[in-house]
Design a protein around this ligand. Structure first.
Ligand code: NAD
Ligand code: 89Y
Length: 349
């Protein structure tokens, strides 16, 4: 018999609409019973628009009253640690948006809190769940391309992201923490863990606080080398926002994820191209469809892992390995040299 999970969502801002639509898309598998935002009007509006029975402006009160099976955290990073720790205190499973937290210390603390509570924690790291990247990873993992030797993972745009997400102009750690975290996570999927990170950051746009372009070179534990790029300062037509382009080489072949979800595969078993595009969604629209579809796939994976009692692919622990690359990249910008990524040491109870 199907389990219907009772979810509660916190953070009713710009991106939460995609989550709420995606929960609906998943039908009876999950029902959002309450939403919360410190801005009560935003919580009320989300509840009204999505026919959600209850809304709150106090997270603790929502947890105590609703006793949900899981919480979906869609606030910005500075609030994540407190919200996850509250979930841990209430013994509630949580899925939390990227970036996991503003820094390594908060990331470790919130992962450790959920470890101690013995509750599942997943990071909503949706880029690896995008249709073309899922398909490309499936081909790479099948072994037809051999062992990884080299890769390039590239997200470059001039799309006006500040319009929907004005807080991005105010953060001192910007592109690496916002889009770099996605690109580095995808790099891990294809290349494996990294043991050395070298990064150059650039601040191109005036009037913003952080770096808006980063180029990260990594050596992986298996000897492979990769380059990951994140830029919000690239002027180009057509602008491919929000696509991630990939060039992956293995000992037997290669795969490229090109514009508009086109995969180009070279392998000893034959060369081919295919289109791995997301299907249209009644509530989705360009240029966001690729991301919106991946939100559905991410949330489906969360429910699948709860049903199976298994750790999600982007569990808190898995995501620490991605976050460690972001931290190493910032340290490399500071020091001007290559940096070995941190590893998680459990915080004592
Ligand atoms: P936003 O600022 O528009 O919305 C966040 C909301 O959270 C606000 O309404 C704010 O009032 C509320 N909030 C903050 N702290 C709170 C607290 N303690 N309790 C209750 N409510 C609180 O931000 P956004 O653009 O929706 O981004 C939210 C998160 O989603 C960010 O972490 C961002 O990086 C992430 N995001 C992810 C993707 C993706 O593709 N994965 C895309 C966009 C944004
Ligand atoms: O914030 C970014 C993200 O995580 O995905 C796309 C985005 O909203 C803008 O690039």
């Amino acid at each position: 018999m199907m389990t219907v999970r009772r979810g509660a969502l916190v953070g009713c801002g710009f991106f939460a609409r995609n989550h709420l639509n995606a929960w609906r898309e998943l039908g009876d598998r999950a029902k959002i019973v309450a939403v919360c935002d410190v801005d009560r009007e935003k919580a009320a509006a989300a509840a009204a628009d999505f026919a959600i029975p209850a809304f709150y402006d106090d997270f603790e009160r929502m947890l105590a009253t609703e006793k949900p099976d899981f919480v979906d955290i869609v606030t910005t990073a500075p609030s994540h640690r407190k919200l996850v720790e509250a979930c841990a205190a209430h013994g509630v499973a949580a899925i939390v948006q990227k970036p996991l937290a503003p820094d390594w210390e908060d990331c470790c603390a919130l992962v450790a809190a959920m470890d101690r509570a013995g509750r599942p924690l997943m990071v909503h790291e949706n880029f690896r769940f995008q249709a073309p990247l899922l398909r490309a990873a499936e081909i790479a993992r099948s072994g037809v391309l051999g062992e990884p030797t080299w890769g390039r993972f590239s997200f470059r745009t001039g799309y006006d992201i500040y319009k929907g997400q004005p807080y991005l102009a105010e953060v001192e750690r910007f592109v690496l923490l916002d889009i770099g975290v996605h690109v580095l996570d995808v790099a891990r999927v294809f290349m494996g863990e990294a043991e050395s990170v070298y990064c150059l950051g650039q601040a191109i746009k005036s009037g913003i606080k952080g770096e808006d372009q980063a180029t990260v070179m990594m050596r992986h534990a298996n000897g492979a080398v990769s380059v990951s790029e994140g830029s919000y300062a690239s002027r180009q037509e057509p602008d491919l926002f929000p696509q991630t382009l990939i060039h992956f080489e293995g000992t037997k072949g290669s795969i490229r994820v090109e514009a508009d979800c086109r995969l180009v595969v070279t392998s000893p078993e034959g060369n081919f191209t295919e289109i791995a595009a997301p299907k249209p969604l009644s509530w989705g629209g360009e240029p966001w469809l690729l991301i919106q579809d991946s939100v559905v796939s991410t949330q489906r994976h969360w429910l699948d892992s709860l049903d199976a009692g298994s750790a999600p692919a982007t569990s808190g622990h898995d995501n620490l390995n991605t976050f460690a690359l972001v931290e190493a990249a910032y340290k490399s910008i500071e020091t001007g040299g290559p940096v070995k990524p941190e590893t998680f040491a459990a915080v004592p109870a």
